[in-house]
Write a protein that binds this ligand. Structure first.
Ligand code: ACM
Length: 688
């Protein structure tokens, strides 16, 4: 304890306890909450806490805790001044009744006579302070009195940052760590190595940072188009890259630690290793660079390299888990590589999946023997999961479900909810992103541990990932992170029954404002369109609404929406083809709507999707025909598409006819664009 404060504190605390029982606190529907992630319980109390200047602070905690919190307080905008008397803000480390059982939980009482944070653990005191800071950002120095009791749903609340494809530097990372702390996120998964560049100094292998950290050009596409080569040197004209020195890594790790954030380094293996093979081609099955992406598993030198690297990595990162990647190995060189084949024979490995699994097992043994645990992307399940490994499930939830059911720890980060490299707004006006749509609302919908999940207690938590192929600058990285990380934070922290998107959306708008004032470059369309295709938000009334439709072409089973009825349900699809869109593979589309009686019509518009990377293209042409008897049709018009199939922007376009006609039956035919293996996706046929 900080002895000098004790006597005062006991007096002070009983004072607060008295006032607590004297003030009336209770739930109030009038009370608009502001904190993200949403706390477990908030009660409104009578009166207002006026933050004095200076704000006197006292600690009833061990000295180390007081010192750490005091140091942190001095970095915030609170005008904090430590005192032994009449402190307006107190931190109390206690396991008294009423304090949440979780080390990260806290109770924050903000009363007219002062504010008190009580918690069982240092992290809990820190999070109580974060809540107070958010209240102050919103209310200024007059905070409505309230009592918050709060604790996290998950222990792992993560953000991933890819600095291989683009490199941002330590000040950027520290700035994001500050935001993470404010959102009560506690794991930074730092993707430091990949084909785009090696970003961490390793003494034993200087070429990794002298060469493999510097690619010839910055623009990702240009570099890809050049065959992912070459790497050069920092001095070369156009050289792009950078790396963290050991000193900088230590600084970031210590800084994160002061914010109760653990940094988990990722060292990619055996795939995504082009940059390593560029400088150590003997580790490739080809024996030369730029042939394969994967490390040769038959070669003992590969393991010598990995173990030496991991040894230096473990010296820098005290994290329980070391992430070893494990995703997307092409396995292309392994099948014909004499060393890999010999390894398979010696070890009795029946296929390439088992060869991969051999590598992961071997690295796991190395880590475990040094007191660390292995974490890897869900491909590490292939060929048999290493005995103590934790799985990060990115290809949907199924890998995570499988691992959890067999008792392995799991971090959920399913691509359709957690990949922040996708579009968050209108793809036709947003900066280039990974094809696909992940608006704020969709992140918020993520459920990392569904009730029907076997072994759901093995879900450590959830994480959102920022891959940076199309994120060239620090400003753009923030733009992709926020506010979607706000949603992830609430998914990770708040109990499902406390989640409410409308309320979150309101709080997110407030938090965006303060984030911008703090100098973060956030996505700014949340207020106007909720970052979703506006047409998809409201049912459209039209003449054919609810009318029966017969579809003259078979849709693909996985893209069935609600069947043919989807075409007249009044709902446009979102910027995301997995929902409300009816998909047709390699074929023309035809549908006929029965309006029920002959009616005057003036417009027929069929709405289609273009999403090149998913091979979804607009139809070549759309023909509208009508009939009064359902047998004899008159063609009213045909509209041709002029957008090339390879136009990369995700977009929706309506094709059809306008004029005057009488009809009971309306037929729409859309001609396949002709690209084999390609799709047509349609969501609605609007008739007026
Ligand atoms: C991944 O997105 N390849 C893990």
């Amino acid at each position: 304890m900080k002895k000098k404060l004790l006597a005062f504190l006991f007096a002070g605390l009983s004072g607060i306890a008295l006032s607590l029982s004297a003030v009336s606190c209770g739930r109030s529907s009038e009370f608009a909450e502001v904190v993200i992630p949403r706390p477990a319980t908030i009660e409104k109390c009578a009166g207002t806490f006026r933050i004095p200047t200076p704000l006197t602070v006292a600690f009833d905690t061990p000295e180390t805790v007081a010192d750490a919190l005091g140091a942190y307080l001095r970095t915030t905008s609170l005008p904090a001044a430590e005192t032994a008397e009449d402190a307006a803000l107190r931190f109390v480390l206690t396991s008294e009744e009423g304090v949440p059982a979780s080390e990260e939980g806290y109770e924050l009482s903000v009363l007219p006579e002062g504010a008190v944070v009580r918690a069982r653990g240092e992290a809990g005191l820190f999070y109580g302070l974060q809540t107070l800071l958010q209240l102050r950002s919103h209310y200024g120095d007059k905070i409505p009195a309230q009592r918050i009791v709060d604790a996290p749903r998950f222990g792992y609340r993560g953000m991933h940052l890819d600095e291989s494809r683009h490199f941002f530097g330590k000040e950027f990372v520290k700035k994001q760590l500050r935001m993470m702390a404010s959102l009560k996120l506690n794991r930074l998964h730092w993707h430091l190595t990949d084909g785009g560049g090696w970003r961490i100094e390793i003494d034993r292998y200087p070429e990794l940072t002298e060469i493999a950290a510097w690619r010839a050009v910055e623009p990702w596409q240009e570099w890809l188009d050049a065959g992912r080569r070459p790497f050069g040197r920092r001095e070369d004209p156009n050289a792009y890259g950078g790396f963290y020195t050991k000193e900088e890594i230590r600084e970031v790790v210590a800084y994160a630690d002061s914010l109760h954030i653990t940094v988990i380094p990722e060292i990619e293996m055996p795939g995504h290793s082009e940059e390593v093979l560029a400088v150590y081609p003997e580790l490739s099955c080809a024996g030369k660079p730029y042939v394969y992406d994967d490390l040769c598993i038959g070669n003992d030198k590969t393991f010598e390299f990995l173990e030496n690297v991991l040894t230096e990595v473990m010296e820098l990162f005290p994290s329980e888990y070391i992430h070893i990647g494990g995703d997307e190995a092409t396995k292309k060189g392994w099948a014909t590589c004499p060393k890999c084949r010999a390894r398979m024979q010696r070890e009795g490995l029946k296929d390439l999946d088992e060869l991969q699994s051999y590598a992961v097992h071997r690295v796991e043994e190395f880590l475990n023997a040094r007191g660390r645990k292995l974490l890897g992307w869900d491909e590490i399940l292939q060929g048999g999961l290493a005995p103590n490994a934790a799985v990060m499930s990115w290809r949907g939830m199924s890998g995570g479900r499988k691992a959890a059911a067999s008792g392995h720890p799991v971090v959920m980060t399913p691509g359709s909810f957690c990949y922040l490299d996708k579009y968050q707004g209108n793809p036709s006006t947003e900066p280039k992103a990974l094809e696909g749509s992940l608006p704020l609302a969709k992140v918020y919908m993520c459920e990392p541990a569904p009730e029907d999940m076997e072994g759901r207690e093995n879900v450590l938590g959830v994480q959102a990932n920022l891959w940076t192929e199309y994120v060239p600058t620090a400003e753009h990285a923030e733009y992709m992170l926020y506010p979607r990380m706000f949603a992830l934070a609430e998914v990770a922290w708040s109990a499902p029954e406390r989640k409410d998107y409308d309320d979150f959306h309101r709080r997110a708008l407030l938090r965006i404002e303060t984030a911008r004032a703090e100098g973060y470059n956030t996505f700014d369309q949340v207020a106007s369109e909720r970052a979703e295709r506006p047409e998809a938000l409201k049912q459209v009334k039209h003449l054919a609404l609810g009318c029966p439709v017969s579809c003259g072409a078979e849709w693909y089973e996985s893209y069935a929406a609600d069947g043919a009825a989807s075409l007249t349900d009044g709902w446009f699809g979102p910027w995301n083809y997995g929902y409300r869109w009816l998909g047709f593979l390699n074929r023309d589309f035809e549908a006929t709507i029965d309006l029920g009686a002959v009616k005057a019509i003036r417009e027929v518009k069929a709405d289609f999707l273009q999403w090149h990377s998913a091979l979804i293209g607009l139809p070549k042409s759309v023909e509208i025909a009508v009939s009064e008897d359902g047998e004899h049709f008159t063609v009213l018009g045909e509209e041709l598409n002029d957008l090339p199939f390879d136009d990369p922007k995700l977009q929706c376009r309506a094709f059809g006819w306008e004029g005057t006609a009488q009809a009971r039956y309306v037929r729409c035919r859309a001609a396949f664009h002709g690209n084999a293996g390609g799709w047509i996706f349609i969501d609605e046929i609007v008739v007026n």
